[in-house]
Design a protein. Structure first.
Length: 134
């Protein structure tokens, strides 16, 4: 059996990891909205279209990851990879500030989902003893 202190510590660690990931993604969503507003004000609709798509996808990923950590985390990792392939290979600043936060947040959400699951042994149904032999 695991003591109560260890259970509380494990739960505290999982909750801390979950809230760190949520906070990073919340700040990143606000930055995406800020870039969207700037692009629409200074560039207009046709040129600011890519910022609109990016902001909507990041906010949708944020909402999905808030409740479904594995799916949202996988979506964020996929979004980071796509962003790196499309924009980040040629520009180091885009790779660091545009792709890395999404990748780290996605990994944090997946890690939270993995750590919050009970061990496989606890999920197996108990085996019944075999009937006595005559």
């Amino acid at each position: 059996m695991v003591s109560g202190k260890k259970q509380r510590a494990a739960k505290y660690g999982i909750n801390s990891l979950r809230w760190i990931a949520r906070a990073i993604l919340f700040v990143w969503s606000l930055l995406a909205l800020w870039f969207l507003a700037g692009a629409l004000i200074y560039e207009g609709w046709p040129e600011g279209r890519i910022h609109t798509i990016q902001a909507v996808v990041i906010i949708l990923a944020f909402l999905i990851a808030w409740w479904l950590e594995l799916i949202g985390g996988a979506l964020l990792v996929l979004l980071a990879i796509i962003s790196f392939v499309v924009w980040g290979r040629a520009n180091t600043a885009v790779a660091l500030f545009g792709c890395l936060p999404l990748l780290v947040t996605g990994i944090l959400f997946v890690a939270t989902w993995v750590r919050a699951r009970p061990p496989l042994r606890a999920q197996l149904p108990p085996t019944s003893p075999s009937p006595p032999q005559k």
